[in-house]
Design a protein around this ligand. Sequence first.
Ligand code: DC
Length: 227
Amino acid sequence: MSYSIAIDGPAGAGKSTIAKTIAKKLNFIYVDTGAMYRAMGLYFLRQGVTDESVMEERCKEAAITIKYKDGEQQVILNGENVNSLIRREEVGKMASVVAKLKAVRYQLVELQRELAETADVIMDGRDIGTYVLPDAQIKIYLTASSRVRANRRYLELREKGMPCDLDQIEADIIARDEQDMNREFAPLRQADDAILVDSSEMSKDDVVEKVISIYNNISKVGNTCGN
Ligand code: DC
């Protein structure tokens, strides 16, 4: 049976950085589910569709698949590798809109579950522990205060030489959280059996170490039970 680690949490909590590092250490496949919603968002941005009921009707037109190149996840949208196009802010905003729609979620969750059936995965998103992989062996809810998350993003953008405003970034992060936590279907929330990790005052290495020690403890208990 394949092994699954689910990491959920709000935008900017550091899920992908942590999950990527852990995937390398444990030799698991890293699955970034947000990238799939972003690819769907990109599809509708390009089509100029803004009506949500039209999006529900037409989401099947966007064939989204995943492949791996040098260990990095690549998102393929109707045959085109869109990895370099989906990080833009407007695509992120559209991703949050399409992520509310049931038809979109059904389509992408099917792909996510298939990936988890065929390999050991560490998968990050918003509903992995609560909905996509309810039987994941490990569930982590990774969060940090909105100010800390905004500040991390601010430093990233500054490093790239992009103009930005900390208060505006924090306001955007809070708005995104609101939308993801308050949608009707599969909202962002901590699963009952998830372990809460608040990284507000932790370094990346601290968080990685914490998750690895959770993995070691849980696998040890799992082995003992199995014997
Ligand atoms: O993690 P991210 O910023 O790349 O995610 C983009 C959007 O997709 C975000 O607003 C939340 C949504 N999303 C979701 O609803 N469920 C997931 N499993 C992953 C992302």
